[in-house]
Design a protein around this ligand. Structure first.
Ligand code: SF4
Length: 443
């Protein structure tokens, strides 16, 4: 009998990685096998990102590459965020795509494949309907993605905030927090799979259960996860929203040896006027006080943030305030992105007033300064010992991550010595690069 096979390319963020894993699990439960070579796959899937134009360009390019390889009998699907909002554009730009499966319709992948196989090939466009939203919360759909010894665990999807630049709510809809029992079930499964690092994700983890009318529910959820999966040694929280990092959350992080002293708080800007135009919290006093309290209660905490340059109307002095803030806060990790106007968002109506060259110049200025800050912080670790989760080998050297590094976005620790992937071992740091550290296994 012919083997059922699929090849899946996951683009975009960790939340998309989780959706890709959910699709792969549904396919495998139905007898499909994953194959690394797209030429050998009966079903080829690109899980697209649709957040900003460069991500959509990458999705179209990837679909074109697979279209070029596509042979008769193969099915090519575009799934994910771009497919949800711009399915028609995909169908027009990539005529060899057989089906378009929006991110809200991922549980329907098997029925879409069956329909395509039954009735020939013509593009299917996503339909936003409530049954599909309900299906997303189905207990059949696990929402996690193991990556080596780490695993992303999605606790909610969508976003009910309306930041002026952001198209996520238009793609993913409003907040939908997963029931705690499903999250705990997934955490226990990941523990059984040997997960060493559990990474909680959502568009905004601090909004967990706000859609159910609960306030500050994240700390309680984390406590329950720690009980449900007591053998997972590391837990990391991503994407906290300014204004919603509660004292209870900070105290829980301070008291737990499992919750890694690391927090990603995307601030986007530091000038109150720009933040107001962005429709984001503009209380910089809260930001300064909360970060100071976290640093006091959780010594050594690594804080990551992201910023946008060239938001409509950003003046020289507003940018200078952002630069000074970066200088003042000495974040461990920073990501900077140039502003892209996104169709349908509130800021699109403000025009794209800052020239691209200025956006990029401001981005470079921030990143160059941050590189120096990051290097200085890294140098302060020389002579210290950090626990490192080993991920594998690069050019004959062991590589891993410390509590200061989330996968894919932060730095690495290069380790002299022997250890197996998935082991957490003490490493004495002897050298520091801008973003990475170098050390030797202790003992
Ligand atoms: S909090 Fe704002 S930036 Fe983040 S996903 Fe929601 S709308 Fe977008």
């Amino acid at each position: 009998m012919k083997k059922k096979t699929f090849h899946l390319i996951s683009l975009g963020c960790a939340k998309n990685t989780v959706d890709s894993n959910s699709m792969a699990r549904l396919l495998m439960q139905s007898g499909y096998q994953a194959v690394a070579n797209p030429k050998q796959a009966e079903i080829m899937i690109v899980n697209t990102c649709g957040f900003i134009k460069p991500a959509r360009d990458e999705a179209i390019e990837t679909l074109h590459e697979l279209s070029d390889l596509k042979k008769s009998g193969q099915v090519l699907l575009a799934a994910g965020c771009m497919a949800e909002r711009f399915g028609g554009q995909i169908a027009a730009a990539c005529p060899k795509v057989d089906g378009v499966l929006g991110t809200l319709h991922i549980p329907e992948i098997l029925s879409l494949i069956e329909r395509l196989q039954d009735r020939g090939k013509r593009p299917e466009l996503p339909v936003r309907d409530l049954p599909a939203l309900a299906a997303l919360a189905s207990p059949l759909v696990h929402q996690f993605a193991p990556q080596g010894a780490s695993a992303y665990l999605k606790i909610a999807d969508g976003c009910s905030r309306r930041c002026a630049f952001c198209s996520i709510p238009l793609i993913k809809g409003n907040w939908r927090s997963r029931p705690a029992e499903e999250i705990l079930r997934d955490a226990a499964i990941l523990q059984d799979m040997g997960t060493q690092e559990l990474i909680l994700i959502a568009q905004d983890t601090t909004a967990y259960a706000q859609d159910r009318g609960e306030k500050d529910a994240l700390p309680g959820l984390i406590e329950a996860i720690l009980k449900a999966a007591p053998e997972i040694p590391w837990l990391r929280i991503l994407y906290a929203f300014p204004g919603f990092v509660s004292e209870r959350l900070v105290d829980l992080m301070a008291a737990s040896s499992v919750i890694q002293p690391y927090l990603d708080i995307p601030l986007q800007h530091a000038h109150p006027e720009v933040l107001r135009r962005m429709r984001r919290p503009d209380d910089m006093t809260w930001v300064r006080e909360t970060i100071a309290a976290m640093r006091e209660k959780i010594p050594g905490i690594a804080i990551r943030s992201t910023f946008i340059t060239g938001f409509p109307g950003e003046t020289e002095s507003e940018f200078a305030a952002l630069y000074d803030f970066l200088e003042e806060m000495k974040f461990d990790r920073v990501g900077v992105f140039p502003y892209y106007p996104e169709e349908g968002t509130a800021s699109a109506a403000l025009g794209d007033t800052v020239p691209e060259a200025v956006k990029n110049e401001r981005l470079d200025l921030l990143m160059r300064r941050q590189q120096e800050i990051s290097h200085a912080i890294n140098r302060s670790f020389i002579g210290k010992t950090l626990n490192v989760l080993i991920e594998g080998e690069q050019d004959g050297v062991m590589v891993g991550r410390s509590y200061r590094d989330a996968p894919e976005i932060d730095g690495l620790v290069f380790v002299d010595g022997a250890a197996a992937p998935g082991e957490i071992i003490p490493v004495r740091i002897n050298s520091a690069l801008e973003y990475d550290l170098i050390g030797k296994v202790v003992g």
